[in-house]
Design a protein around this ligand. Structure first.
Ligand code: HXC
Length: 304
């Protein structure tokens, strides 16, 4: 006999599933994170995005707010995730203006292609500081509010039913796949992302009992990101925006895409969909995991 609908399928995928939820996102003005936040806002959340550039962060916040009539989206620029006190001030402003923090996306990252010989000790440290220390600082600053949200929204242990007011107390760390086997010219990022993964796993174990889930989204090659623009550069001097020599031939992109298992790059929507899943009721029993959204890119590379 088939099970009644509410026992095999969460009633999640509809407008308003994130009503009364607040998302706090670092790196929120970037290509991937802004798409993640936009999807959550579209489905009912309010949001606070954090960035280093004031003008860009405020402009992206205003743009995200158009995803849903009545949405509140704050953009707080000039916040460097390497500075805990600056993040804590941003968190306080978010809670004051939006009332809570239920979901966190730790997305701020630094990246460039460089050989180990090109990479100064300070360049290596800069990426470690932005990625690992920045993710830790994001967690540290938001944890009191994630705990409050987790306490409010925990599943009822007896009935195993989700709270009628939905899910809460969730964090997603945006990582990568390059550290699974190592990556030339990405040593700094590989080391940093491995650290982020370890951070997320530990949070899942330590704060699961407080109703908090912690997961990693590992995007593969996503079109329109700054990293993919390193591949797609055509027609000018072989240097990036900071004047460092590009390490890949300018016509490499087409061949690279053709060689992918799905024959395409990822779209930011692929990452946004994964985010909605992990923050929804549907994802409420998923924690301590990595959701790789890469069209099997890294498996193909591992076998090649
Ligand atoms: C070699 C470089 C470099 C390059 C910077 N440096 N760019 N070295 N090749 N292309 C060196 C500088 O010379 C300096 O070292 C040190 O790095 C710090 O650089 P600054 O610009 O002074 O500092 P900072 O503002 O901290 O810059 C951080 C940054 C920068 C990471 C270096 O690129 C940045 O701000 N990036 C943020 C935007 C970004 O990268 N987004 C992409 C995220 S996507 P010296 O020795 O000269 O002092 C992503 C996905 C990862 O991360 C997925 C992987 C596949």
């Amino acid at each position: 006999m088939p099970l009644p609908k509410n026992e095999y399928l969460s009633d999640s995928w509809k407008d308003g599933i994130f009503a009364n939820k607040v998302v706090f996102c670092t790196g929120g003005a970037g290509t991937i994170c802004s798409a993640q936040v936009r999807a959550l806002v579209h489905l009912g959340a309010n949001a606070c995005i954090i960035g280093r550039n004031v003008e860009k962060t405020e402009r992206v916040a205003q743009d995200i707010a158009t995803a849903r009539p009545g949405a509140k989206v704050i953009g707080i620029g000039s916040v460097d995730v390497r500075k805990l006190d600056a993040l804590q001030q941003a968190v306080e402003r978010c809670v004051k203006e939006l009332g809570a923090i239920d979901f966190v996306i730790a997305g701020a990252a630094g990246n460039f292609l460089a050989s180990i010989e090109q990479l100064s000790a300070n360049a290596f440290k800069s990426v470690m500081d932005i990625d690992v220390i920045g993710s830790y600082n994001t967690l540290k600053a938001t944890l009191p509010y994630l705990r409050e949200s987790g306490d409010k929204h925990k599943m009822d242990n007896k009935t195993m039913q989700p709270s009628p007011i939905g899910t809460g107390g969730r964090i997603i760390f945006v990582s990568a796949t390059i550290h699974y086997r190592g990556m030339p010219f990405q040593t700094h990022v590989s080391v940093a992302k491995a650290g982020i993964d370890a951070l997320s796993h530990s949070v899942a174990l330590e704060y699961g009992p407080r109703g908090i889930t912690s997961n990693i989204i590992a995007p593969g090659p996503i079109a329109q990101t700054e990293v993919s623009s390193e591949f797609s550069f055509k027609g000018s001097a072989n240097r990036n925006s900071k004047g460092f020599e590009r390490l890949l031939p300018s016509d490499a992109l087409e061949a690279y895409i053709k060689g992918q298992p799905l024959g395409r790059l990822g779209h930011v929507r692929d990452i946004a969909d994964a985010t909605v899943y992990l923050f929804s009721d549907t994802g409420s029993y998923v924690t301590g995991q990595t959701l790789v959204v890469d069209g099997a890119n890294w498996r193909m590379s591992a076998g090649g």
